[in-house]
Design a protein around this ligand. Structure first.
Ligand SMILES: C[S@@+](CC[C@H](N)C(=O)[O-])C[C@H]1O[C@@H](n2cnc3c(N)ncnc32)[C@H](O)[C@@H]1O
Length: 373
């Protein structure tokens, strides 16, 4: 293990749940002649109906969960994004929004409240998530914090039938997509397989491998469906990751897969299927290429820190401080967590892909690093 945190042992009930999923994975391995691609293991661990990490009823995001995301850290994050969305909606003379993988719903609520203040509410705010159990939580969050805006929010099971004019947005969605794990052997990629080992799972051995990493094989198809869904407007994706030359850098020769269990980070994705989050960093060059191949235009790329600064973080911070001076310490702490290079500021990036939309985006006004991709 690269990470030395000791993991708490899951309670018996959770282990029993994981064992049910493990049985299903074992059955898939047996049917598939003794191994399945890592990608398929990851898909089952995260999304197997009724059992996978994201689709079973465990509380994942937030303090009591396994990890915490930017919208959970501070409303300032969502307010900055809303400023960017407001520009797009205003230029289009109004429109709709679609959020992918909306988590607890807090980003939707905070963005809608900010858009309301700006007089720029979308006509519809659609939410599409692979995790149906999160819908109740999203509805509760909206009911508690923005009940008067709930009527604009609609949950979808599939992408909308009619393409939308407006903004598509997704925070930490790409990193939750199953990836193919490969090891480089004599310059060729050998796709890694998962097999049964003892009571658990292991990777089938590969001789002579020098470098292990991963890629998202579903990205081009996913991006085509996003391009089909966007009639006119902008798609904004925020996630942690690198440009390709850094992603496949020799320093990162063990790849980027990491797992979260109860706020501990480790690097064994084969442990306790269904109980822990498994993620891979995003290759933003691949995202940009898939977008352009799908007919979108690369409209901006920046670190999270630069994007937030360009989108009005300082003004929003000062306004929040004025509204509640006693909040100075937590607010300043939130800004640091979102922006400092040692925290989320540089590890997280924001990429914008557009269709039929030419104005420069405010979120990239201070720094645009498209040339790095
Ligand atoms: C790490 S969580 C992020 C949640 C939330 N955006 C936040 O920032 O707190 C990833 C979410 O993306 C969803 N997801 C993964 N792939 C997706 C896809 N192709 N379409 C829509 N949602 C997806 C997962 O079900 C999960 O709810």
């Amino acid at each position: 293990m690269r990470f030395t945190d000791r993991l708490p042992t899951p309670p018996a009930e959770a282990l029993a749940h994981s064992e049910q999923l493990a049985q299903r994975i074992r059955a898939a391995i047996t049917t598939n002649d003794g191994s399945i691609p890592f990608r398929e293991f990851m898909r089952m661990a995260l999304y197997e109906p009724g059992l996978g990490y994201y689709v079973a009823g465990l509380r994942k995001i937030g303090k009591e969960g396994d990890f915490i995301t930017a919208p959970e850290i501070s409303p300032l994050f969502s307010q900055c994004l809303a400023n960017q969305c407001a520009q797009v909606l205003a230029e289009l003379g109004g429109g709709d929004m679609l959020e992918l993988g909306a988590g607890s719903g807090v980003m939707a609520a905070d963005m809608l409240l900010r858009l309301e203040t700006l007089g720029c509410l979308p006509a519809h705010y659609w939410i599409l998530d692979l995790s149906p159990e999160l819908r109740d939580r999203q509805r509760q969050t909206l009911q508690a914090t923005a009940p008067h805006l709930l009527a604009r929010v609609e949950w979808l099971d599939t992408l909308p039938a009619e393409p939308i004019r407006g903004v598509i947005i997704g925070n930490e969605v790409l990193d939750a997509m199953p990836v193919e794990l490969f090891t480089l052997v004599n310059g060729a990629r050998v796709i890694r397989q998962v097999e049964m080992q003892g009571a658990g799972f292991g990777l089938t051995a590969v001789a002579g491998g020098t470098y292990t990493s991963e890629y998202n094989p579903a990205l081009p198809g996913w991006m085509r469906s996003m391009a089909d869904t966007l009639e006119t407007g902008v798609m904004i994706l925020i996630d942690y990751g690198y440009e390709q030359k850094d992603y496949y850098h020799p320093d990162r020769s063990q790849g980027t897969l990491i797992c979260h269990y109860q706020h501990r980070v480790h690097d064994n994705p084969l442990l306790w299927p269904g109980l822990q989050d498994i993620t891979a960093s995003v290759d933003f060059t691949a995202v940009a290429e898939a977008g352009v191949d799908a007919g979108l235009e690369l409209a901006g790329y920046a670190t999270q820190a630069a994007f937030l600064a360009s989108s009005g973080l300082e003004e929003l911070f000062l306004a929040a401080l004025e509204a509640n001076p006693a909040n100075q310490y937590p607010l300043a702490q939130q800004v640091r967590t979102l922006s400092l290079p040692s925290e989320m500021g540089e590890r997280f990036k924001v990429i914008a892909l557009s269709k039929g939309f030419t104005p420069g985006l405010v979120g990239f006004r201070l720094a645009d690093q498209r040339h790095r991709l």
